[in-house]
Ligand binder design. Structure first.
Ligand code: NCD
Ligand code: ZN
Length: 333
C-alpha cells in the first residue's frame, strides 16, 4: 500500500502555547488534524472558566476551528462540584501535573493523597482525568514509580475515565490490561526513539522531553500497542514547541515539536510494518470511542512520496528537521 486516506485524524495531547507561538503552530495542527486535546500548562495555567474561554477565543483567531476542534482542558487544582459542573460542557478533561515534573507545572499537585474530593466530582460528572504520570525519582524510573498511583486511582474511582498521558514504558502498557478505566496516549517520538537517540552520541536537545525516551524493550511494547490498534490507546503527539534558543542551550527546555511531521512519520512507520490500515484506529477511532467526541469530517490523504522536513518553522525546530520522510500528506479535505 502506497496511499491511505485517514478520516478525521486526532491528536489527543497537544501544546498550542499562546501569543506568537500559538499563531505559528495552531495552523500546522489544523492543517492535518480534525481535532486535538489542548494542554492547559500556560503561564499562568488555565484553571478557571474565564481564562479557558479567553484562550478558546485566541485559538479561534489562530486557526479555523470549524475544521479543527480544539478540545480544551483545565489545569488540575482543588475544584468544587459547582465549578466542574459549570465547566463540564466546555472541557474534555482535567489535566493533573504533579508539582514541578515538567514544563510549566510549578502550580501542580504537591500531595497526591489530598485530591480525592475533586476526583469524586470528576467521576460523578463524567469528566475524564488526564495525568502526567511521573514522580521526582531517578529520571529513568519516574514513570514506573508512578504506576501505583494509577492503580489506586483506577481502583478507588472505577467510573472515572483516566488517561495515562504519553506513556513510555512496557510496565505502563501492561497496566492497561489490569483496569478497564485506564487509557493511554502514545507520542510519535516515543514510538521511534530511545534514550540512545537522545544522549547516546552527540547530545540531541530537540529529542529531549518529559518523560524521557526509555529502553528498546519499552519502545517495542509501545509499538505493539499502537500497531495492533489496542482499543484503549490513542495517538497524542505531545508536540511541545520551544524556541530554538531555549532548546539549543545550557539548560535545554523539555519538549519535542512534532505536529507537522506526525502523520507522514506515522504513515511511514505503520506502512513499514505492513499494518497501514491500523493507523485509522490509532489516530482517530479509538479516541472517538474513549472520549465520545465527534470531530469535523476531514479526509487527509498520505502517499509514499518523499518529503524533506523543513529545518525550522519560524523559531521552532521540528522533530526530524532536515531529514527526508518516505511519506507526505498529498491532499487535505
Ligand atoms: C511539555 C511542554 O513543553 O509543555 N514538555 C514535554 O517535555 N513533554 C510538557 C509535558 O507534556 O510534559
Ligand atoms: Zn504534554
Amino acid at each position: 500500500m502506497d496511499r491511505i486516506t485517514l478520516e478525521s485524524p486526532l491528536d489527543m495531547h497537544l501544546h498550542l502555547r499562546d501569543g506568537d507561538t500559538l499563531t505559528l503552530v495552531a495552523p500546522l495542527s489544523a492543517a492535518d488534524f480534525a481535532g486535538a486535546v489542548v494542554m492547559p500548562n500556560l503561564v499562568p495555567p488555565i484553571d478557571a472558566l474565564d481564562a479557558l474561554d479567553a484562550y478558546r477565543a485566541r485559538i479561534a483567531v489562530a486557526c479555523d476551528t470549524a475544521r479543527f476542534s480544539p478540545w480544551l482542558t483545565l489545569f488540575f487544582r482543588a475544584y468544587s462540584h459547582d465549578e466542574l459542573a459549570a465547566a463540564r460542557r466546555q472541557i474534555i478533561g482535567v489535566k493533573l501535573y504533579p508539582e514541578g515534573v515538567t514544563t510549566n507545572s510549578a502550580g501542580g499537585v504537591r500531595d497526591l493523597r489530598g485530591i480525592d474530593a475533586t476526583l469524586e466530582h470528576l467521576e460523578a460528572l463524567g469528566i475524564p482525568l488526564l495525568v502526567h504520570g511521573e514522580t521526582h525519582g531517578f529520571v529513568m524510573d519516574r514513570e514506573r514509580e508512578f504506576l501505583p498511583v494509577y492503580r489506586r486511582l483506577a481502583r478507588q474511582f472505577p467510573r472515572l475515565t483516566i488517561v495515562m498521558e504519553h506513556i513510555t514504558t512496557r510496565e505502563a502498557v501492561e497496566l492497561l490490561g489490569e483496569y478497564d478505566n485506564l487509557h493511554a496516549t502514545i507520542t510519535l517520538h516515543h514510538l521511534l526513539i530511545t534514550l540512545d537517540d537522545v544522549a547516546g552520541g552527540l547530545l540531541q536537545p530537540h529529542l529531549f522531553c518529559k518523560p524521557i525516551a526509555k529502553r528498546p524493550e519499552d519502545r517495542e511494547a509501545l509499538l505493539h500497542a499502537a500497531l495492533t490498534g489496542h482499543p484503549r490507546v490513542m495517538f497524542g503527539s505531545d508536540s511541545a514547541p520551544h524556541p530554538r534558543s531555549a532548546k539549543e542551550a545550557a539548560g535545554c527546555a523539555a519538549g519535542v515539536f512534532s505536529a507537522p511531521v506526525a502523520l507522514p512519520a506515522l504513515a511511514e512507520l505503520f506502512a513499514d510494518r505492513d499494518v497501514l490500515p491500523m493507523l485509522q484506529r490509532f489516530v482517530s477511532d479509538n479516541a472517538r470511542a474513549i472520549y465520545r467526541v465527534t470531530p469535523p469530517l476531514r479526509r487527509i490523504t498520505l502517499e509514499r512520496v518523499p518529503w524533506r522536513v523543513p529545518d525550522h518553522y519560524g523559531a521552532v525546530v521540528p522533530f526530524g528537521a532536515g531529514t527526508t520522510l518516505a511519506w507526505q500528506v498529498t491532499a487535505r479535505a
